[in-house]
Design a protein around this ligand. Structure first.
Ligand code: DC
Length: 223
């Protein structure tokens, strides 16, 4: 059987919709690099807050993000963002970052600063001999990789999503972040054209991943 080509899988969805656990498990099943773009926006937010900036300080934010020295460290199957050679720690899941990340992510200069970096993860995956990459976020299938081989959109009932976050011990206003992420002008959270929507409310993680794998392997075997 011929070697399967390098594949790009885009997984979008709202806060706590199950993107991270799904993407991580899929990356293990198919030997893909796992790229969590929410962690990139979170790392930048933590860095800008550390510098004392607020999303209202537009010129200062624009100047700062244009010169942030990004790098990538591959740990296991995951791509971690380095800023100035340092990978951010647990502070990216703090209450302060949860409260600010959607505001910084709505700033076009922040998104522009991340565009090429995110697309460059495909080269990182190839360098590290992965069979492809699975990238999760809000605008992956619509903006970052509109030609992705596979596009999925995860949904879940808001009550179930709040329960999932609380079980992780996190304080996070999920619906407020979704409102901000869906209503911003630049690259809003949306179901990308041609994406398969999956509601995970009543599915286990394995069931969700099985659906993705079935679609990916079903198509790959027809090529
Ligand atoms: O996936 P997450 O909840 O960790 O993402 C944190 C925030 O980052 C989210 O509220 C909006 C922003 N984000 C974005 O604007 N675009 C992406 N591709 C990923 C995340």
């Amino acid at each position: 059987m011929p070697e399967r080509p390098f594949i790009i899988v885009a997984i979008d969805g709202g806060a706590a919709s199950g993107k991270s656990s799904t993407s991580r498990t899929l990356s293990e099943r198919l030997h893909l690099l796992h790229v969590d773009t929410g962690s990139f926006y979170r790392a930048i937010t933590a860095e800008l807050l550390r510098r004392g900036l607020s999303p209202a300080d537009l010129p200062a934010v624009q100047a700062a993000v244009a010169t942030l020295p990004f790098g990538t460290r591959v740990e296991g199957r995951s791509a971690r963002m380095e800023i100035g050679g340092r990978v951010a720690g647990d502070e990216i899941r703090s209450r302060e970052v949860n409260e600010h990340v959607s505001h910084f992510a709505a700033i076009p200069a922040v998104r522009t600063a991340l565009l090429a970096y995110q697309r460059g993860q495909a080269a990182v995956a190839r360098q590290h001999q992965f069979k492809g990459l699975v990238m999760e976020g809000r605008d992956i299938g619509s903006v970052i990789f509109p030609d992705a081989d596979f596009r999925f959109f995860l949904q879940a009932d808001p009550v179930e999503r709040a329960r999932r976050r609380a079980s992780e011990g996190q304080h996070d206003s999920i619906s407020e972040r979704d409102r901000l992420d869906s209503s911003r002008k630049t690259s809003p959270l949306t179901i990308p054209a041609g994406a398969t929507a999956i509601d995970s409310t009543h599915l286990t993680l394995e069931q969700v991943v099985d659906r993705l794998v079935a679609q990916i392997e079903g198509r790959a075997s027809r090529v």
